[in-house]
Design a protein around this ligand. Structure first.
Ligand code: WTA
Length: 652
């Protein structure tokens, strides 16, 4: 384990506080006690397939499965032989009862406009959009790229794809044209759904313009469906580009759901790994639905009258599993907010909670740390008494932020579910079950029933209490990724080759004496900036693609607000002089290549990078330099020791 993690282990070790759920919360919860939770775990342990088959009853199947699991290491198939449709599960099946006129989506736009779509209205919109996609030539199995702001149409587009068996690939609207083109190319998407633009802190983000740019390179796209959101002027290419308004509303709301196989791909979502090229994580239908709907109940304790708000953008897996598929399959009322938390002012989130009486609120630690910085007065202006449960996701939460969240937002009455999971896992894996498990600030507590998470050595041996190790999952679970799109070798390589016979998460963790998991962050070259995964290699390749750059090494460094910040060490082509202007230019270049989320916080020029004799960049050393550690460890394998002193001199 990298030495910079030892500090985290120790600081978190001092955290001894424990917060049991109130008797009131537990008595009304789906899972009411530790004994009940442990009994579920025991059942799942003894008969995993029987356990998941039981969970699968929450889903409506057109044709039942005849086998629960086929595990052909490391490839899994779940609920074999079954026919199912994700959109049917999220919509149609709610229409025959009282949920028909229940709000499915309560949406608030950044400028203050709002819309409410009942389940019936949402189903009709999805039907129209599905028919429109068909009319534009989309067929079962085709890939559709979605590049939209957080508007109801984002969910509508996803569900419309699912309805006809097309595979969506949502690309976060903060990604650049380059990043979009790369993802469209890899997926070989036939159609792109976008908007003229999106709102971000009162400014327009020119989405259509980015698409135009991307389509100069990405050649598989035949048609482009464009939603009018901001009213800005865009170019529409005849025969390729169609306004949503002119194609969708005229369609019939009725569209038969495709009866797809349980293992039919539902979506790909690109995420960062340890190389420069993002990987298309592939999720399929049946198992994914079972996992996401089960966790809505176990983790969010969802009840019929809850108002549920997950603040994640639809461009991330959290938006897929816990804004769209999980909650809608469970028949929840979902709040969606388009914009920034500080528009027009710092209390926008609290205003929304008060306005819609949100009862379950799920956000990221990086957001919580920002709210703390903005000050309590913004929170105190609002009545947050509707809240009954809080959640976090995306990165470890520091105990101070946890305690503030509990006190200021939860009024010390709401359990906090610190949910650990990944794009690859599809759904939540380790999290408190809020009515059953006493929480400890900073710990995701225990694995959910049926999830065989463990902390092990590189050899796969379990480590003792409070010893650091690698976080793995031993048995397959229904929501797990099935492969990397068109790259099964990379799937094996990335997840099943480091530790024999197990799924390796890429995270380091320890378990304390109560069996609670403390996830410490990545042990590979992936960094976590504001809860968003980035590979250091991606940022490096972006830098190196600039004509002045000869070589670059990128590392994460601790950042009070963002969790991790990005620091780049750059060697220039000979004869080039590094100055502030070039730094700005390089930052801009990374934004253009990847997107604003990858903008380096600091760039340091150096005439060489520290390398081992075999030519590998010594990242550990750079990480230590980046975090300001003066007591550098063993550097005897350095190719050129003077490089180190030069890098450090620059610091003074
Ligand atoms: C980190 C987001 C600590 C972890 C759903 C993981 C967390 C990566 C937590 C996945 C948590 C996520 N505590 N770390 N509760 N949740 N992580 O794919 O490093 O965007 O591997 O999925 O985020 O990020 P991803």
């Amino acid at each position: 384990m990298a030495s910079n993690q030892t500090a985290d282990i120790e600081s978190i070790l001092n955290e001894g506080r424990k917060f049991p759920p109130s008797r009131e919360f537990s008595s009304r919860a789906w899972i009411k006690s530790l004994a009940e939770y442990e009994e579920m775990c025991r059942r799942a342990e003894q008969d995993p397939e029987g356990f998941w088959a039981e969970c699968a009853k929450e889903i409506s199947w057109f044709k039942p499965f005849d086998k629960v699991l086929e595990w052909n290491f490391p490839f899994a198939k779940w609920f074999l032989g079954a026919e199912v449709n994700a959109a049917y599960n999220c919509l149609d099946r709610h229409l025959s009862g009282p949920r028909r006129n229940k709000a499915a989506i309560i949406w608030e736009g950044e400028p203050g406009d709002s819309r409410v779509l009942t389940y019936q209205m949402l189903a009709d919109e999805v039907g129209r959009c599905a028919n429109a996609l068909k009319s534009l030539g989309v067929e079962t199995g085709d890939r559709v790229a979605i590049y939209l702001p957080l508007v109801p149409e984002a969910a509508i587009a996803m569900l419309a794809c699912a309805r006809i068996g097309a595979i969506h690939s949502v690309v976060f609207a903060g990604f650049s044209a380059e990043a979009l083109a790369e993802r469209i190319d890899d997926a070989e998407a036939k159609l792109v759904i976008t908007a003229d633009g999106g709102w971000r802190r009162g400014q327009v983000v020119e989405l259509k313009r980015n698409v135009d740019e991307a389509l100069k390179r990405a050649t598989t796209v035949r048609k482009c469906l464009v939603l009018k959101r901001v009213g800005s002027k865009v170019e529409m290419r005849r025969g390729r580009d169609f306004w949503w308004d002119e194609v969708v509303p005229q369609q019939s709301p009725k569209c038969e759901p495709a009866r797809v196989d349980s293992e039919h791909p539902l979506y790909t979502l690109y995420t960062s790994g340890t190389t420069g090229r993002p990987k298309g994580v592939l999720h399929t239908t049946g198992g994914y639905l079972v996992h996401t709907i089960s966790t809505m109940r176990w983790v969010f304790d969802l009840k019929e009258d809850d108002i549920y708000w997950c603040t994640a953008d639809i461009g991330w897996v959290t938006g897929h599993s816990y804004t769209v598929y999980g909650p809608l399959a469970a028949g929840a009322t979902v709040v969606m907010y388009e914009g920034a938390p500080n528009f027009p002012e710092n209390d926008r989130f609290w205003q929304i909670i008060e306005k819609y009486r949100v009862s379950i609120f799920y956000t990221a630690p990086t957001a919580i740390r920002t709210f703390i910085k903005w000050g309590d007065s913004w929170v105190k202006k609002h009545d947050l008494s509707s809240l009954r449960l809080l959640g976090t996701v995306g990165e470890p939460i520091n105990p101070e932020a946890w305690v503030w969240y509990n006190r200021m937002i939860g009024g010390e009455r709401c359990p906090i579910v610190d949910t650990w999971w990944q794009t690859e896992t599809g759904g939540i894996m380790i999290s408190p079950v809020p009515g059953a498990i006493a929480t400890k600030p900073g710990s995701a507590t225990r694995p959910l029933p049926g999830i065989s998470a463990e902390v092990v050595t590189r050899e796969g041996k379990p480590v003792g209490p409070n010893q650091g190790g690698f976080l793995v999952v031993k048995r397959p679970w229904p929501g797990m990724l099935r492969t990397i799109f068109r790259d099964p070798e990379r799937y094996k390589q990335a997840y099943f080759s480091q530790i024999d016979g197990m799924y390796f998460t890429g995270d380091g963790a320890r378990r304390d004496e109560d069996g609670y998991f403390w996830v410490m962050g990545r042990v590979d070259d992936v960094i976590n900036v504001s809860g968003h995964r980035l590979s250091t290699m991606e940022v490096e390749s972006a830098l190196v693609s600039h004509p002045t750059v000869a070589e670059a090494a990128v590392v994460g460094r601790p950042d009070e607000l963002k969790g991790q910040g990005i620091m780049a060490f750059v060697t220039l082509e000979s004869g080039r002089k590094g100055d502030e202007r070039l730094k700005d230019e390089l930052r801009q270049h990374v934004v253009k290549e990847i997107g604003a989320l990858a903008r380096p916080d600091e760039i340091r020029f150096s005439d060489a990078l520290p390398k081992t004799r075999s030519g590998k960049i010594m990242r550990r050393l750079l990480r230590q330099i980046a975090s300001g550690d003066k007591t550098l460890g063993d550097v005897t394998t350095l190719e050129d020791l003077s490089v180190l002193s030069r890098l450090r001199e620059d610091e003074e």
